[in-house]
Design a protein around this ligand. Structure first.
Ligand code: AMP
Length: 307
């Protein structure tokens, strides 16, 4: 099985109530790759970086099994930059700055060696570019997962509507689901959003877990109650990477297996928030992941006899 991951590779300035980090490595595709590569390799990356992106970070990804053939390097330009500040609850944040830089005139090119991939994850990126990648693939992947955010709903809604028609699974957070559907009830929002294209919808609710919708079915996975959350940046992308990584590894895209994938994604996201940036994800071993998934199973496991 093979997986293509598309998204940003970035510098982030992050402020949380616990501290501040300047110009650390981030980006949607970076987090997806660090997460998904625990389950499937290679992860075939499509992104763009400037000459300022550290070679050591690229080397670390390559060593981890990430194929960088689809990552364009624009030597004389600067990488995508994002700055955000988290509120005290750590579930909500303000975007302080978004500098597209290399992304401004990015034209993704799918390398020939990526053709035929069965799984595609379109991480947070301009919807027009996400669509461009889908159109370059000669064989439609078995599963296309899309992540997006309010920024694109506000600046590129017509393109987002087009890409929504082409994907199988959409992942967004609860406030974005309400914004996209103009519905307060998440059940009604889910119905409206699935009518826009995706057959499956994952609504992430931060520390309150995630919901998976498909037709009239719904599944809920909690988030692990953690003692310390240092930096939620990338949690959504890490979740997405774990979700699609599990599906690609098991080669099973049924609703039942997506339930497990939600748990795997939640487990991966719970690691991501424990340290700033990608630090925690880089340290992870298979045994850590298995132990964390087991904690999830214990968290929700109960017997009940109904009379
Ligand atoms: P998450 O916390 O999962 O939403 O992901 C945060 C990551 O997404 C950060 O590392 C940012 O560099 C990246 N990011 C922020 N805004 C955008 C955007 N508009 N498009 C693509 N990536 C973004």
């Amino acid at each position: 099985m093979s997986l293509i991951a598309v998204g940003t590779m970035a510098f982030d300035d992050i402020e949380t109530p616990f501290g501040k980090s300047d110009r650390i490595i981030g980006g949607s595709a970076t987090y997806i790759a660090w997460s998904a590569s625990n389950f499937i390799r290679p992860v075939r990356q499509i992104s763009v970086i400037g000459g300022d992106f550290p070679t050591s970070e690229l080397d670390a990804l390559a060593e981890r099994g990430v194929d960088l053939a689809g990552v364009q390097v624009k030597k004389n330009e600067r990488s995508f930059f994002w700055a955000g500040r988290y509120h005290l609850d750590m579930n909500t944040r303000d975007t302080l700055d978004t500098q597209l830089n290399v992304l401004g005139d990015f034209k993704p090119t799918v390398p020939e060696s990526y053709q035929g991939s069965e799984f595609l994850i379109l991480g947070n990126l301009m919807p027009s570019l996400q669509l461009d990648v889908i159109r370059q693939l000669r064989h439609r992947p078995d599963l296309i997962v899309l992540d997006t955010m309010n920024f694109w709903m506000e600046t590129a809604m017509p393109d987002l509507e087009l890409v929504l028609k082409e994907v199988d699974v959409l992942m967004i957070n609860d406030s974005e689901a309400r914004q996209l559907s103009a519905q307060f009830s998440l059940v009604k929002a889910a119905r409206e959003i699935m009518a826009m294209g995706p057959e499956y919808l994952v609504i992430k609710k931060g520390e309150h877990g995630a919901l998976l919708f498909h037709k009239d079915q719904v599944f809920y996975a909690p988030a692990l109650p953690l003692e310390d959350v240092f930096d939620p940046t990338g949690a959504g992308d890490t979740f997405a990477g774990g979700f699609i990584g599990h599906l690609a590894r098991t080669k099973d895209i049924s609703f039942e297996n997506m339930k497990t994938a939600i748990i795997v994604g939640s487990a991966m996201a719970s690691f991501c928030v424990e340290k700033f940036g990608t630090t925690r994800l880089k340290e992870l071993k298979e045994a850590d992941i298995n132990a964390r998934i087991k904690q999830f199973v214990d968290l929700v496991n109960f017997d009940i006899s109904l009379v």
